[in-house]
Each structure stands twice: as C-alpha cells, then as structure tokens.
Write a protein that binds this ligand. Structure first.
Ligand SMILES: [Zn+2]
Length: 261
C-alpha cells in the first residue's frame, strides 16, 4: 500500500513537471558544487531541459565557460572577457540551480548597503536558515565587483586553481539585477551554504559572479523554497570523481573575494 502510494506520488510529480510547468517552491539543481570544485566541467543537462524547472537561477556552462544568469526565463552567459552572450538552448550545463520564482516577500534595501549588510537584512526578513531562499534584487550600485571564469580544456584543473587567476570586473554607477540563492548549512558539499549571488546589468552588457558591491538603492524579492530536487550527471567524470573529500576550504577560496594583492 505504502509502495503504491509512493509510485503514485512520483507519477503525479512527473506529470506535474511534464504537463503543468515547474513545481512551485522547489530548488532544482544539476550536479553538486563539490563535483564542480573537483573539476567535473563537462555539460550534461541541456539548457532547454533546465528551463523546464525554473525561470530564475545561476550556474555555469559546458567546460566552465563563464557564469550563468537565468532571469525571467532567459539565459545570459557572462564570459571571461566580461561580456554577456546569449547561449544556445541546446548547449549544456555541468552545474546549475534554478526555481520557478514566485516571491513571497518584497522589501526595500537600506540605502547605501553593501553585500554584508544586504545579506544581514535578508536574514532578518527571512530568519529560517534551514530553508532554501531564491533572491532577486533590482537596484542601483555605486560599485559592483564581479568575476567570471574562462572555458577549460582537458585535463581539467581544480576550480580553486582557475579561481586564483580569475578575471575580476569593477563596475561603477551601474543599474542591474542580483540573482541567486541562500542555501542552508546542511546543503554544504551539494551547493554553496549561505549566499551565492550573480549579477546582470540592466543594459544586459555586464555581469558575473558577485564578489562585493556597494548599493545606492534597491528592492529585494525573496521566495522561500521547501523542496529540493537534484539531477545527477550521467558522465564518466561524475561517476569516478572523489566526492568523499571535504572541499569546504576550496569553496571558500573560490566563492569569496580574495584579499587585496
Ligand atoms: Zn557563482
């Protein structure tokens, strides 16, 4: 009886995804952040398939070819030259997380906020740290520091080796959108615990993975997600990569701003 109920549940879920669009309040993700840190860069999931699961998200592209921003159902690819491209939908991603964004809270960001204070404000508005949160912030920025990563060839280096020489972009007086997620601590090794945010300028010409910013004014929208679906890649690399090693230190060095040189 239990088993039949489970099968019926799975069937209904497949039906819901297949026929009625993405499931609400669900973070849908392909691969794990630790696999990406370990150099699993071959794309496995076409963008067209990923888009069935959401209209807002972040990730990277086949061969680690730049930073992904998915906004209002459109993919943007911020390459290592700092410019934004429109990727083909048959192209694939090795790592991405998306959701069908339906904000349940909207609030003004305090004037003159920086990255740390914006994150603290979202934490006050959304105190349940054990949920996933999707975030969209429209704003004007006095300064926005982003980075991207260049396309890689085999043999693939570790992500921390690539990030050590990543191109960094300093934008000034720019309007645009921050897109990303706050993931709970228990998601470590699968996704980035805490905040992971990408940027796209209003003119759709600049963007990247956010390292720091200073804001003038802005409005945040947040959607709390209480369901998590993970698609594992079918690649040989994913099948054989070591995912037992703790890579939290690598993650810190890759995701956060480097001390000034
Ligand atoms: Zn990123």
């Amino acid at each position: 009886m239990q088993r039949w109920r489970m099968i019926a549940g799975v069937g209904l879920c497949v039906w819901a995804v297949g026929c009625a669009g993405p499931v609400r309040d669900t973070l849908y993700q392909t691969s794990t952040i630790d696999a990406l840190l370990a150099g699993v860069y071959d794309g496995d999931l076409p963008l067209r398939a990923l888009r069935k699961h959401g209209d807002l998200g972040i990730g990277t592209y086949d061969g680690l070819d730049g930073e992904m921003v998915l906004l209002d159902g459109r993919f943007y690819q911020v390459k290592a030259d700092g410019k934004v491209y429109s990727p083909e939908l048959h192209g694939e991603t090795p790592f991405a997380a998306v959701c069908a964004f339906q904000p349940e809270a909207t609030f003004a960001i305090s004037k003159g906020a920086n990255m740390t204070s914006v994150e603290a404000q979202i934490d006050r508005e959304m105190p349940n740290q054990n949920q996933f949160c999707a975030i969209r912030i429209e704003g004007r920025f006095k300064a926005m520091r982003t980075r991207s990563v260049p396309r890689q060839k085999r043999p693939f280096p570790l992500l921390k080796e690539i990030a050590a020489t990543q191109p960094v972009f300093d934008l000034e007086n720019v309007a645009g959108t921050i897109v990303g997620f706050r993931c709970p601590p228990f998601a470590a090794s699968v996704n980035v615990p805490g905040y992971h945010l990408h940027f796209l300028s209003q003119d759709r010409l600049r963007g990247g993975h956010i390292l720091a910013f200073e804001m003038v004014t802005g409005t945040a929208q947040v959607d709390c997600l209480d369901r998590f679906v993970m698609q594992l890649p079918g690649t040989e690399d994913f099948a054989t990569v070591d995912l037992a090693t703790d890579r939290q230190q690598d993650l810190q060095s890759v995701e956060k701003e480097k001390p000034k040189r």
